[in-house]
Design a protein around this ligand. Structure first.
Ligand code: ZN
Ligand code: ZN
Length: 397
């Protein structure tokens, strides 16, 4: 399985406490920032049903509407009407709204109505309220995009729902809950039955509706990574944060033999130095060496950049993401490695892909092949938790 699992790559950016004030109930909807990563500057809507705009216009199906950035505002155009200029636009309909978004790249999304558009920091901010369950299905299809094992997808759905349930208001200061990029959780808007993975993702979400990981009355953050490399780690060990004991390092023989189970990467010393200076300047002296402190499971808790100028310390997962941002996410697949200097380069010998906390997606797929249920699979990786079906939050609409 080539689980995309980019969640695993970036979650460290803002680690989430495993306990939450949002205890024992689930949100009904989450406001999602759509495609902010491509910095949209142009959106085209071709509505399948009548579209009601906050400009006061009601447009019949098929009428194209173009929204563009223009002099610090949104310019809205549609045939037969003068252009409208304003900072915010709401579009409502009795059907989902398809948006064709152009920025750094071009993408399409189907979104639940109403959809909100706002001029924000030189781009068009697109926001939609996704139901928790449709967002779970969307994220399962996006994060496990090549997995066709229903029980593995059900395990993923429980973990992802648990992650989302404690991520409400993560972007509260920006006016939404979660983004659809790897910063929060990769999702792709409303999904249909058009591919087998999407059909299964919808089935996995519906079949586990309301099920989350719980412990001592709170929801456990459903972390997952693409491949644990043989043993998972914990937020307390890898990130040095209080995870309330919700997580346990568990052995996983199920991902053995997969692409990232073990790996070797050679990176020029100058490239490592540039990446480190990007992150934590000043420039690294050329005589430097690297030393990795590892926990008992092999995960790197700290990397020391040691030179005649002294010892600069970086948390192990920050070191991984620092290298990844400059050289690509495959350059150093996980913060689980040993490192040696060989002439002008460092050789990293490591295991796993992602942060290695929680559900191992490669392992989940093998466990599903072995006949395990989704609940049994997810609990293998969260042995301190149980799976419970929680009600949606009263009054949250
Ligand atoms: Zn985010
Ligand atoms: Zn594993």
């Amino acid at each position: 399985m080539r689980a995309r699992c980019l969640l695993a790559i970036l979650l460290l950016v803002v680690p989430i406490a495993s306990t939450s004030a949002a205890t024992a109930t689930l949100p009904v909807t989450l406001r999602v920032d759509i495609l902010g990563i491509v910095k949209p500057r142009r959106v085209v809507i071709r509505p399948s049903r009548a579209l009601r705009l906050s400009t006061g216009w009601t447009l019949p199906s098929g009428t194209p509407i173009t929204i563009e950035v223009d002099s610090g505002k949104l310019r809205v155009r549609t045939p037969g009407r003068p252009a409208w200029l304003g900072s915010r636009l709401d579009a409502d309909s009795d059907a989902p709204i398809d948006v064709d978004v152009t920025g750094r790249s071009r993408r399409q999304r189907r979104l639940p109505a109403p959809v909100h558009f706002e001029f924000f920091a030189g781009r068009i901010a697109i926001r939609a309220d996704m139901s928790l369950e449709s967002l779970v299905a969307s994220a399962v299809s996006a994060e496990l995009d090549s997995c066709e094992r229903l029980e593995a997808l059900r395990a993923g759905a429980i973990a992802i729902r648990s992650y989302l349930a404690v991520s409400v208001a993560r972007h509260a200061r920006e006016g939404f809950d979660v983004c659809d990029s790897t910063h929060c959780l990769h999702s792709v808007g409303l999904i249909g039955q058009d591919t087998s993975v999407r059909r299964l993702a919808l089935e996995a979400a519906a079949g586990t509706a309301g099920k989350v990981l719980v412990r001592d009355g709170h929801i456990v953050t459903g972390f997952f990574s693409a491949c644990c490399g043989g043993r998972t780690t914990t937020p307390a060990s890898l990130w040095g944060i209080d995870d309330s004991g919700d997580f346990t390092s568990v052995e996983c023989r199920w991902c053995r033999g997969t692409k990232y189970y073990s790996w070797t990467r050679t990176i020029a010393a100058s490239s490592v130095a540039s990446a480190v200076a990007d992150r934590s300047g000043p420039p690294v002296r050329s005589d430097y060496s690297l030393r990795a402190d590892r926990d008992e499971s092999g995960w790197v808790t700290s990397v020391h950049i040691v030179s005649s100028a002294g010892d600069r310390r970086m948390p192990g997962d920050v070191f991984r993401t620092t290298i990844g941002r400059r050289l690509g996410w495959d350059a150093l697949p996980s913060p689980n490695f040993k490192v040696e200097r060989e002439r002008g380069a460092f050789v990293f010998r490591g295991a796993g892909f992602g942060h290695g906390i929680g559900l191992c997606l490669e392992g989940a797929q093998r466990l599903a092949v072995a006949g395990q249920t989704g609940e049994a699979i997810v609990l293998h990786y969260f042995p301190a938790a149980s799976v419970d079906t929680l009600p949606h939050r009263t009054g949250d609409v």
